[in-house]
Design a binder for this molecule. Sequence first.
Ligand SMILES: [Zn+2]
Length: 310
Amino acid sequence: MTTPKMTRRSALFAAAAAPFAPALFSTPAHAAAEMMGSAMPSFNRFKLGGFEVTTLLVGSRPLENPQETFGTNASPEDFAALSEANFIPSNISQNFFTPTIVNTGAELVLFDTGLAPDAITGVLAAAGYTPDQIDVVVLTHMHGDHIGGIAGDAGATFANARYVTGSVEHNHWTTAGNEGFDTKVAPLNDQMTFLEDGGSVVSGVTAMAAFGHSPGHMAYMLESDGQRLALIADAANHYVWSLQKPDWEVRFDMDKAAAAATRRALFGMLATDKVPFVGYHMPFPGIGYAEAMDDGFRYVPVSYQMMLNG
Ligand SMILES: [Zn+2]
């Protein structure tokens, strides 16, 4: 060995090339295995008291130049520094789209529907559900990546479902002239009921006003046998930039000041109470805790905590 600081990897290559390489390296090569592309499981299920909760990854895609969306009021230097401190690039990010299913034991409740019917029904099948099993569809808000799967060319996706959403949200979009809402949600109005802050979807599922991202955006608190989990939907859309800097403005937040106030109040409560949450756009499986940190919150992804629920 002539290189004093040879790495383990280069040592292996050197061994493979040596004339008296061990048998491990002289076995005739088989055809190389096909590259499979990057992959990730599409659902994650765990218990919460008497409930069963499943997060569903219906889509994921990179976003170039993320500061055009997140931290639009931050300096490029601060944006780059915070990104680097958290081991993520500042010139590209990865977005996730994660509806959640809650089986209360009495009803199967789906929160948000993804971008298109094919995507949500495909992941539902992978997770062991059929669309006609869904009893309740809750829409946290009316952006296209949340309502897109509720209906399509074949009509309503969830044949036996009733629908629940916030009244403020529904009222806003009723007169907004939005094509997605007008074609997919409005035709279901007869089967829809409306909630205010504190309203109940089913027993153990309570609406929490989280306005700002959209005019009537709602988060939901699940509680079963004393265990709690919040579904924060789009109250924060990035696990670093929106948690650590709640006041950094997000292009898609329709009322930026209200969205920032919602982040401070909601994550402040979750941090104090140590309640885990599912974020629709958090890195899959989309579940973490918020810890108070500096002027914001640190996102602490769950590891095995939910598996210990039984
Ligand atoms: Zn969204």
